[in-house]
Design a protein around this ligand. Sequence first.
Ligand SMILES: [Mn+2]
Length: 329
Amino acid sequence: MKELQDLKGKKKGLIIHHWDTDGLCSAAMLWKFLRDSDPDIDAVLMTPTISNYFLTDAEYAKIKGEEYDYIITCDINFPADVVEKLKEICPEILIFDHHHQKPIDGVFYVNKKYPGCSYIIDEYLGTAPSLLGVMGMVGDKEEGIQEDKEFYPYVEEVLKKEDLTLNELLIMRRYIDSLYIIEDYKNMDPTVELLADDPKEILNDENLANNVQRIDQEVTHYMEVEPKDLGDDILEFNLDSEFNILSHTTRGLAREYNDKIVFVHQEKPDRVLVYVRRTDLDKDMQKIIDFARAKDFSAGGKPEVVGIIVPKPRWAGFKEELIEELRKL
Ligand SMILES: [Mn+2]
């Protein structure tokens, strides 16, 4: 904890955090610790542009102009070149992450392979297991956290202590994640502050409840859209939503069309996001992950689902090849 305590005399800091539940809970714990340790400290919160695991030139310029004494990042998984650049514009960098980080000289890391970054911070601060500490793990792993023999006992301990159910934490996750899903930047900071002060109040937050309602309406709409039947058990959907609901919607569609492969794509300004999911069909999506990676696209997933990011200029060509690969499964 010494490294954070040493920041006391340094007045102006920046906390850059991931836009999801784990990122916001992580930031809330750090922000609260700094504020409680020194009321004069000015720790500013920042979410990078949603879906960018890097900073834009404008963002670097803004950070540089503010002349921060230190920068903390949490759960954001910046590649090494971003950390190097931050180091050039700020004397002190501290990184809290559960994604693997390649260490850079002169940068302080707390980096462990945990289910959530929030729990790393909880332990580091000596407050584990706290509600925020386990909330980030539930955020990243959802129901799957129950299968984690090492960490689920901490979740259970908190549920008991706080008189909450896992389902309530999952609802809290939906509320917090609504911020990035509808790109509600203006409510990011207030939500981090609310988490720091009284995490349970998330469930009573009207803005977040309203966000969740808008998302539900949008997803319901896409559930009723007529798919394009490509044959060979493949259904294609074009998601022309402003919201980041691709993974959500694909999951719902795969449940509804459980004997098909659902192939869903969403166009963004510079790229196309692709999700392919199946429920009951015995088809291995790992083949599609390998196929996309061999073409140098960022791709990941599991036997039942694959996500691929395709730069826009390559989309038209890749789409045809991908459909051919899906037919071969
Ligand atoms: Mn995380």
